[in-house]
Ligand binder design. Structure first.
Ligand code: ADP
Ligand code: MG
Length: 641
């Protein structure tokens, strides 16, 4: 096959153009990261080659000394980053450099506000990778050849970052990728070898491949010739996770996280452990400070890398950690898996299963430690907010664990945090709730609603407020599923206060008397109940007297085993077919409207009053009555009276 040397011009994908603009505007004060990104890519490429070579030794082409070489040319004002990793073929160059193929990219750009500070933060979550070259360069030339291809299948890519790039087939003797940055005027500082070396130390000491540069020539001593400069290895070049903890600083851990997590920020917490037992493996796992933009995308990349004897095998997936811990980033390395077998065989190996279980346990343990220290004075006497920070970013993910991970359900349940009638912030744990339960209370009460405000102002809460009984206020979508799976905690039942009949008679003082008084009231309200029941007909499952209300005239409840009305709304909004659930209308016998209704004779008036009570109760849930205009008309008629 002969190589075609056609030169083509391609346009960047729209998103790439946007990314470039945004990056240059928001990251100009952090230019040095370009080197971190390029080294990070070179190291990934070396990882990939080493993995592919485990089944095809020929890919090494006789050169298995994987490394990165950085060359500075002061005269031409260029920096070249060269690797002998996997390289790319023409299609891969088009797909990887010039396109952003990640799922959710469109949504990501939709989130950008134009506010530079906010966007800079978002862009950190997204990761700018290769494109960060344009922070320092006004022209970037990339020449690459994929390992295993003939030398005439090299590809030359060049762009000035203004919307287009050129592509050309060229000859490339050695495999791998070479990226030359033609520096901008204001990026001269990066021509200084010392500056480059210090950046490499800062960001790439932990990269498990040597990063090499030319050393400075040794000046000639008297009567001798100048010694030529020798090649130096700048970084430590040992995999960070294999080094003893005692040797590593927080900065080492932070920098490694940025490489592995593709994040700009320091992590929130990490754990580094070597486990010995039936299987031996090392974990270095991190919790990010902020959720990545694609946390809720089904196809999102997961962030734990599997290494076998220091050889990179694959990027995470649910084989290494359960889905509900998908926010964890890091590395697992083991000696107990074979190197050159297929993914499928790996996935079925007992070692893998043991690692997944072990890692899950340790991550939960780390969260438990964080939760334990929450609120205590941390460094500099500031209050430790780590767990609260974690919860606000990833709490909803962790809730999935209740549904997904039966074996760890109890541990996860202890890690949950909710708002309640005692606290607007999501800071109440179930254990705390149980500790605060009233004398005689044996149930954990909660309410689900579309928003915290709707939950907080729900009429269902009235009697709980009066009796001083705490109620958990749940307003995340997932809470409906959560509470259908988590039905008990610490031997106490969890009960929705908008479902089933409520019996609070055993709680509080004078319980006996209160019960009697209530029975009498119910009796007195019987005529009203009958009238409303007849008037509403099959709009409701039943009408009954309640003691849950102290101020409102009526509220809706679901039958104990029916779907809650909030759940019904969620499913309907999601376009699902839901069987029509009829609610139960509960009325407050002490309320004036109810008492007036009991005395009414006119059919029309009874109908109007009944339907007002019903529609009001719907409104109080944050939903709309079936006929809003009709409701307004009836209310106005009532006002005129
Ligand atoms: P990321 O590293 O997060 O995937 P980048 O923008 O840094 O994003 O790189 C995009 C893609 O380009 C990489 O995933 C990889 O496929 C390819 N790539 C970049 N640099 C190299 C390199 N030195 N060798 C081989 N492939 C590379
Ligand atoms: Mg990258």
């Amino acid at each position: 096959m002969t190589a075609t040397s056609t030169k083509e011009t391609h346009a960047f994908q729209t998103e790439v153009k946007q990314l470039l603009d945004l990056m240059i505007h928001s990251l100009y004060s952090n230019k040095e990261i370009f080197l971190r990104e390029l080294i990070s890519n070179a190291s990934d490429a070396a990882d990939k080659l080493r993995f592919e070579a485990t089944t095809d030794d020929a890919l090494f082409e006789g050169d298995s000394d994987l490394h990165v070489f950085i060359d500075v040319d002061k005269d031409n004002r260029t920096i070249t980053v060269r690797d002998n990793g996997i390289g790319m073929n023409r299609d891969e160059v088009i797909d990887n450099i010039g396109t952003i193929a990640r799922s959710g990219t469109k949504e990501f750009f939709g989130q950008l506000s134009g506010d530079q500070e906010k966007d800079a933060h978002l862009i950190g979550q997204f990761g700018v990778g290769f494109y960060s070259s344009f922070l320092v360069a006004d022209k970037v030339t990339l020449i690459t050849r994929r390992a295993g291809l003939e030398k005439e299948h090299g590809v030359r890519w060049e762009s000035t970052g203004d919307g287009e790039y050129e592509l050309e087939t060229v000859e490339k003797e050695t495999r791998g990728t070479e990226i030359t940055l033609h520096l901008r005027e204001e990026a001269d500082e990066f021509l200084d070898t010392w500056r480059l070396k210090s950046i490499i130390h800062k960001y790439a000491d932990h990269i498990p491949f040597p990063i090499r540069m030319m050393g400075t020539p040794v000046p000639a001593a008297e009567g001798e010739e100048e010694k030529p400069a020798e090649i130096e290895t700048v970084n430590q070049a040992s995999a960070l996770w294999t080094r003893p903890k005692s040797e590593l600083t927080d900065e080492d851990y932070n920098n490694f996280y940025k490489h592995i997590g593709h994040d700009f920020e320091d992590p929130l917490a990490w754990l580094h452990q070597k486990l010995e037992g039936k299987y031996e493996y090392t974990l270095l796992l991190y919790l990010p400070r902020h959720a990545p933009f694609d946390l809720w995308q089904a196809e999102a990349k997961h962030g734990v890398k599997l290494y076998v004897r220091r050889v990179f095998i694959m990027e995470a997936s649910e084989d290494l950690l359960p889905r509900y811990l998908r926010f964890v980033r890091g590395v697992m390395d083991t000696n107990d898996l074979p190197l050159n077998v297929s993914r499928e065989i790996l996935q079925q190996s007992p070692a893998m299963d043991a690692m997944k279980k072990g890692a899950t346990k340790r991550v939960l343990g780390m969260l438990e430690d964080m939760a334990k220290n929450a609120g205590e004075a941390g460094e500099d006497d500031t209050v430790n907010t780590d767990y609260a920070d974690f919860w606000s970013e990833f709490g909803n993910c962790l809730k999935e664990g209740i549904i997904e991970d039966f074996a760890n359900r109890e541990r996860i349940a202890k890690l949950l945090r909710f708002s309640s009638t005692e606290s607007d912030e999501q800071s109440v744990s179930l254990s705390q709730y149980v500790e605060r339960m009233k004398e005689g209370q044996d149930t954990i009460y909660f309410i689900t609603a579309e928003t915290l405000a709707a939950a907080k102002h729900s009429p269902h809460l009235e009697v709980f407020r009066k009796k001083g009984i705490e109620v958990l206020l749940l307003s995340d979508r997932i809470d409906e599923w959560l509470t259908s799976h988590l039905t008990e905690f610490d031997g106490k039942k969890l009960q929705s206060i908008a479902k089933g009949e409520l019996d609070l008679s055993g709680i509080g003082e004078n319980a006996e008397e209160a019960k009697k008084a209530q029975e009498e009231k119910a009796k007195a309200a019987e005529p009203a109940v009958k009238k409303i029941r007849e008037s509403l007909g099959d709009k409701v499952k039943d009408v009954r007297v309640t003691d849950r209300l102290t101020e409102s005239p009526a509220c809706l409840v679901s039958d104990q085993f029916d779907m809650s009305s909030n759940m019904e709304r969620i499913l309907k909004q999601a376009g699902q077919d839901v069987p029509d659930m009829k609610p139960i209308l509960e009325i407050n016998p002490d309320h004036e409207l109810v008492q007036r209704l009991a005395k009414m004779r006119s059919k029309d008036k009874i109908n109007d009053f009944s339907s007002i009570l019903f529609d009001q109760a719907i409104l109080a849930e944050g939903a709309l009555p079936e006929d809003p205009a009709g409701f307004v008309r009836k209310i106005n008629a009532l006002l005129k009276l």
